[in-house]
Design a protein around this ligand. Structure first.
Ligand code: LMR
Length: 398
């Protein structure tokens, strides 16, 4: 059966974890995958999450099946995070939310549903984008192209080129956008630019799929949702994928959601019925634990406040690592200006290191990064930051 099966390449991001685990050097550092570690190099279990889990454990509820779309309380909480507490869009029944297996699961359910609607539509992702965006939409049956996004010379967004490209796409094309903390570049659109993107999406009849994997990691929960509020005000129909892997430090629990915004309540009912078919024929219904924990934290004012504090703590520590990395790279004798690292938002820095330099960082220093030059700032800490700065200095010098 398997004679013709070829060895697949390692995943460009998660494959680094495998190589990192196999590395026996004590000083190794994993700046590859987007995971937040605290200053002790540990993935935190948030206090708000721990309390919610303890409450649930005390109740010892039976483990029946969830509804195909997940728990009502969870889906409602997701809508409030995305669109605010008093959303006209939500009140009008225009938002359909289903609990998904992480942000990836949400993207895939959305992609599968979209493919049933129009398999010939072309999907456009940013250049560059999260490596899995292309793979995932291709796996759902789409042809995937890119729209211009990052400008290496300014370290910002080449907005005029992006807009020009969006203006050239056929009606029905699907545009994958990053709501905040663009992965991998950390370069986000301004709100004024978002409004222009929304105007083009409307005038060209494009379909927006907004990926929200880092809500709270740029400026805060509400501020980071501002682009979505513009979409909500636009009256358009659109898709949003949410992930709580990072913001709740619940990576392995696979807690995410897909929200489809439609024209009206009646359309929402039809859309939900079809999205449920996609889910039922894939994984049937979502697991209970992570979604209940997130819903518990978000619906209890004390736990919610605690969570927001902890999220702010993660955000602030990443910012501190940005400043310190820039200082230490300069202290290591590098004259190239790295101050752009401070401007970039979210977990990542798009360092400008070449694939060869990334390889050298791994071989000579045991420091792992994505081959595009993306590093995860959230994996830096007071013990490894010097070594990382020196390694960057040394590969640049060579
Ligand atoms: C990343 O970009 O590193 C994260 O989103 C984790 C993943 O699944 O790739």
């Amino acid at each position: 059966i398997f004679a013709a099966v070829e060895m697949a390449p390692r995943d460009p991001i998660l494959g680094l974890n495998e190589a990192f685990q196999a590395d026996t050097r004590a000083e190794k550092v994993n700046l590859g995958v987007g995971v937040y570690y605290d200053d002790n190099g540990k993935i935190p279990l948030l206090a708000a999450v721990k309390i919610a889990e303890e409450q649930r454990q005390k109740l010892a509820p039976p483990r029946g099946y969830q509804p195909i779309e997940g728990a009502v309380a969870y889906n409602k909480a997701v809508q409030t995070l995305l669109f605010g507490a008093n959303s006209a869009l939500v009140d009008a029944g225009r938002a359909v939310t289903i609990e998904a297996l992480g942000g990836t699961g949400a993207l895939r359910v959305g992609a599968d549903f979209l493919n049933r609607l129009d398999p010939k539509a072309k999907v456009y992702i940013s250049d560059p984008s999260w490596e899995n965006h292309r793979a995932l939409f291709e796996a759902a049956g789409f042809e995937v192209g890119t729209y211009p996004y990052y400008d290496a010379s300014t370290r910002g967004v080449n907005f005029s080129a992006m807009l020009e490209a969006l203006n050239s796409y056929a009606a029905g094309s699907i545009i994958v956008l990053h709501a905040c903390c663009h992965n991998p570049t950390g370069a986000d659109l301004t709100l004024a630019q978002w409004q222009q993107v929304i105007d083009v999406i409307r005038s060209r009849n494009l379909v927006a799929f907004v990926d929200m994997a880092y809500q709270g990691f740029a400026d805060g929960i509400e501020a980071d949702a501002a682009p979505l509020r513009l979409f909500a005000d636009s009256g358009l129909e659109f898709f949003v994928s949410s992930s709580f892997s990072k913001s709740f430090s619940l990576y392995g629990e696979r807690v995410g959601a897909l929200t489809v915004v439609t024209a009206d309540r009646e359309t929402s009912a039809r859309v939900l019925s079809q999205v449920k078919r996609v889910i039922r024929t894939n994984y049937s219904n979502p697991p209970t634990h992570g979604g209940i924990v997130v819903a518990t934290v978000l619906s209890d004012p004390n736990l919610r406040a605690q969570w927001e504090d902890e999220l702010a703590g993660m955000r602030d520590r990443i910012r501190l690592m940005r400043t310190q990395l820039v200082e230490r790279i300069a202290a290591a004798g590098v004259t190239r200006d790295f101050s752009f690292v401070i401007q970039q938002r979210g977990m990542f820095s798009f360092t400008g290191l070449t694939a060869a330099q990334v390889e050298q960082m791994k071989d000579a220093h045991g420091i792992y990064a994505v081959s595009t030059g993306r590093i995860c700032l959230a994996a830096l800490n007071s013990r490894n930051i010097d070594a990382v700065a020196k390694a960057i200095a040394s590969v640049i010098a060579n």
